[in-house]
Structure formats: structure tokens, C-alpha cells
Design a binder for this molecule. Structure first.
Ligand code: NAD
Length: 326
């Protein structure tokens, strides 16, 4: 432990945090993970896992005080797919929980002198009115202002970006911020209402019989880009090793409609299934990542193909559903 770099990962029981812990371990870090819950789908790779509530300032102090951490990754948030964050029913809870966690962690990082902090923001901070077309040309980092996110989840992320950057300016904290665009992969939420579109499509197709029907919200022509988890981790690590503070988009620019995403899952499964369009929460009409800035800033941008990540994800979800992947 003495010669190892030490990292604190908040949200280590979650999808990206769980993968990040694995990645840091492979790189030789000593890792403490923190989350209000254990990882749902696998045993944590962290050297130490603290189960606790990051809304509690006392907990935030205690997990940052006893060890000098080289790096802090703040990924804990009250999160969900469109079914959770776009209905409006959870607005106050989402804002309160996530803002409290972020305020607590910024303050603890300042108090204990953690030099380097990563914060996971989101593409949900971008203004709604520039995402009205399915053929979205790609959101640039500078598009964030004048601000007009379409959800309170997005407003909270924007507030916390600014809050962490103000800690950087006033207290000398080294802050790195990424705006993730729909990250997907195995070991993530795939059922229960908080799952994102790739996982939802894989599950629906895995559960459906060949020749059956699945449901898709809206007309299915809304578009998104989806980034496979391994490239998200690569982006986080490159950003942390760079002099770039951000915010930087970490997303794919391979735009696909939800109908075509469903068809991709069907193709992988080798099933013929029809789509029944039903009303549901949709979010914006079209969203893609403009990767000019990340390429410029880091000399790297995500390049993997959606189909490759979807194959791995489908296989894992089909296994969860109890199928054999066919
Ligand atoms: P996730 O929900 O799997 O992980 C978040 C974790 O935070 C969960 O394990 C949850 O238990 C934990 N958490 C919530 N409240 C807590 C509390 N009070 N105390 C301690 N832990 C608490 O989500 P994820 O997909 O892994 O996302 C990680 C981060 O990336 C989040 O900040 C999210 O907003 C951001 N993000 C994710 C995506 C994506 O596509 N997955 C896109 C944009 C931004």
C-alpha cells in the first residue's frame, strides 16, 4: 500500500464506479470504494469498501481523513434512466441528494487537501432547444450556455460543475470534469425502471420470444449516441492524467435511433420481433457528442463501434434474463 497510488471512488457500488475500481486496480492503485449499497452484480474489486451515505458530511470527512488519497473520483449520484429522471416525480429528491453529495465531497477534498478530483457530469446539462432534431449535429462543450437543461437532473449537474470549478479557483483543488453521454455495458442496471436504452432494449429482446413484440417509448425515432464502458474509463483516466480541467464530452458520435438500437439487439439475438410504440418519457429528440474538443485536448477520442459493445452487453443481459444468449 505504501508505494501504491491511492484512489477514493465514490459511487463504487454503481455501474461506472464499479468498472472504474476494476480499472484502477489493474493499473496498480490501492482503492477505497464508497457507496450507499453494495454492487448489485459482482463483488467489488476495491481493497476496502465503505457502505455509507455520502449525504452525511460526517461520513465524507471520515472516509477522506485517515488516508492521504492521490485521487478522488466523485461518481455517486441519484441517477436513473428516462423512466426515473424525466417524469418529474423525483425532481426534488434527485436535486437534494446529488447536490448534497457533491457539496460534501468538495468540502472534504478541500479540508483534507486531496489534490486531484474527478467529477462525472452529463450530456443532460445541454440546452433542450438545440436538441429538437433527431439529426443532431453534436453538442459542443461551449453549447452549455446560455443554460437550459431539460431536467432538474441536468440543472444539478451544471450547478455541481460550477461548484467544483469554483473550488478549483478559490482553493487550488485540481478538478477534472467529464460530461458523459449515455454510457453502457455489462454489470449495469438492466431492469427495474432505472435502466438506460441499450440495457432496456437488450432486456426486452432477450425476454421476448422469436416472432414476439417489444414496446418502445414514443415513435422510436428519437436519437442518441451510446458509449461502451471501456472507452469511458479510458477517457476518464486520460483526462485525469492531463492538464485539462474540462468540462469535456466523453461520448460517442455514432448516432442511432431507438428503433434501430432495438433492431440491433434483435440482430445480435437472431430474433425477429416487432415493435409496439407506446407513450412514455422521452427526453430530447436528438443528442450526439461533438468530439472536436476532446481530440484537441487529449489527442484521443472514443472510436469503438456501437455493435461491438452491444454484443457484449446483450450476452450479459441475456444471461441475467436466464437465456443462453441466443
Ligand atoms: P449508478 O446509479 O450505477 O451509480 C451511482 C452510484 O451512486 C450508485 O451505486 C448509488 O448507490 C450511489 N449513490 C447514490 N446516492 C448515494 C448516497 N447518498 N451515498 C452513497 N452513494 C450513493 O450510475 P452510473 O451510470 O454508474 O453513473 C455514475 C455517474 O456518472 C453519476 O454521477 C451519473 O450521473 C454520471 N453519468 C452517467 C451516465 C451514464 O450513461 N451512465 C451519463 C451521464 C452521467
Amino acid at each position: 500500500m505504501h508505494n501504491q497510488k491511492k484512489a477514493l471512488v465514490c459511487g463504487a457500488g454503481g455501474f461506472i464506479g464499479g468498472h472504474l475500481v476494476e480499472r484502477l486496480k489493474k493499473e496498480g492503485y490501492w482503492v477505497r470504494g464508497v457507496d450507499i449499497k453494495q454492487h448489485e452484480y459482482r463483488k467489488t474489486a476495491a481493497d476496502e469498501f465503505v457502505q455509507g451515505d455520502l449525504r452525511d458530511q460526517g461520513l465524507c470527512r471520515s472516509i477522506t481523513k485517515d488516508i492521504h488519497f492521490d485521487e478522488l473520483y466523485q461518481l455517486a449520484a441519484d441517477m436513473g434512466g428516462a423512466g426515473y429522471i424525466f417524469t418529474g416525480e423525483h425532481d426534488a429528491v434527485v436535486m437534494h441528494n446529488s447536490a448534497t453529495i457533491n457539496l460534501n465531497m468538495a468540502e472534504s477534498a478541500k479540508e483534507t487537501g486531496i489534490k486531484k478530483l474527478f467529477y462525472s457530469s452529463s450530456a443532460c446539462i445541454y440546452p433542450e432547444h438545440i436538441q429538437k432534431e433527431a439529426n443532431n449535429p453534436g453538442l459542443k462543450e461551449t453549447d452549455a450556455y446560455p443554460a437550459a437543461p431539460d431536467s432538474e437532473y441536468g440543472w444539478e449537474k451544471l450547478f455541481s460543475e460550477r461548484m467544483f470549478l469554483s473550488y478549483a479557483r478559490n482553493f487550488g483543488l485540481e478538478v477534472h470534469i467529464a460530461r458523459f453521454h449515455n454510457i453502457f455495458g455489462p454489470y449495469g442496471t438492466w431492469t427495474g425502471g432505472r435502466e438506460k436504452a441499450p440495457a432496456a432494449m437488450c432486456r426486452k429482446v432477450a425476454e421476448a420470444a422469436d416472432g414476439g413484440t417489444i414496446e418502445v417509448w414514443g415513435d422510436g425515432e428519437q436519437t442518441r449516441t451510446f458509449l461502451y464502458i471501456d472507452e469511458c474509463l479510458e477517457g476518464i483516466r486520460r483526462l485525469m492524467e492531463s492538464a485539462v480541467s474540462g468540462p469535456v464530452n466523453i461520448g460517442s458520435d455514432e448516432l442511432i435511433s431507438i428503433n434501430n438500437l432495438a433492431k440491433m439487439a434483435m440482430e445480435i439475438a437472431g430474433k425477429k420481433i416487432s415493435i409496439n410504440h407506446i407513450p412514455g418519457p422521452l427526453g430530447v429528440r436528438g443528442r450526439s457528442s461533438d468530439n472536436t474538443y476532446i481530440q484537441q485536448a487529449l489527442g484521443w477520442r472514443p472510436m469503438s463501434r456501437l455493435i461491438d459493445g452491444m454484443r457484449v452487453t446483450y450476452t450479459w443481459i441475456a444471461k441475467q434474463v436466464g437465456e443462453n444468449g441466443k
